[in-house]
Design a protein around this ligand. Sequence first.
Ligand code: COA
Length: 333
Amino acid sequence: MNSAIIKGIGYYVPKNVVTNEDLSKIMDTSDEWITERTGIKERRWINNDESTSSMALEASKNAIQDADIEKSAIDFIIFATLSPDYYFPGPGVTLQKELGLDTIGALDVRNQCSGFVYALSIADQYIKTGMYQNILVVGSEYHSGGLDKTTKGRGVSVIFGDGAGAAIVSKSPSKERGILSTHLHAQGEHAEELTLIGPSTRRWVPQIIDGAGKDDDAIYPYMNGTFVFKHAVTRFPEVINEALKKNDLNAEDIDLLIPHQANLRISQFVQKKMGLTDSQVFNNIQKYGNTTAASIPIALAEAKQAGLVSQGDLICLAAFGSGFTWASALIRW
Ligand code: COA
């Protein structure tokens, strides 16, 4: 069986920087509150001429360049997002068209913060079986347009940012290198603890317009922050340890853990619980906030650019989020 590697990685974030100070001018919040609770100092919000798929396109171009392949070598697309351009179709097809990739298949993944790791797991299986040769795996999110930016929505809106990350997953040149294993979990009983209810089939747009309209809370994301926090700090170590155990490895073997950038306090809690050093964990939430499915590929691309990811390194990706879903991947780079 083949083994799959991440051959190239790239990211794109909008130019528009929104600081905590900027937010404090439109809602009752402060740099101190946001920094202390989340570690976030600033995030990016897109301009009107950008979209989830346009950010994905830029990230994909960077990943293709990093992989040093022709884009025509890509034979499948997997696109993870909770903020698609349209209700339907999903953005995989838009990206396929924008890249000019003829009629190759495009799959959309709806697993929120775990979306990229779920998508990577799917790509890994297709490469292993030999069904595809070079898969473009993307995570892209446009949150800023859908947040409640009043004081009522401050518990959620200060956390999320826009951005995209992409990877080219290909057959490994050697058996020693590649994705060692992926581990996927879900617990649907907590679906409504972190959710956006409308628009959906539970609340179609005409119902929203006929009902409370802009005062309908269901049109904004809802998050039970403390509940999410408690589950996240349990599930992250659990799924990282599952991956280590499966491969007969220990926490000290990890060269770099890239946790989904949910909240700096969550990452620090996980680091402490796992007994990892500062140099073993990569965080960039300070600059981008939580970009959901895009956060891991953005962080991986930045870590690689910073020289923190080298051939032979053991890289661990781990995510937790809405669903609840959580997942990990262990990679011998
Ligand atoms: N600015 C200022 N005050 C705020 C605020 C903001 N942006 N958001 C909430 N507050 C206020 C609340 O209104 C509340 O005030 P009150 O005590 O007068 O009622 C107070 O701060 C505490 O709110 P609470 O929600 O209990 O804060 P918290 O300590 O739980 O922190 C989170 C909130 C969201 C930072 C925290 O729960 C968290 O990190 N959860 C995990 C979220 C996450 O990672 N989500 C992504 C998962 S993928």
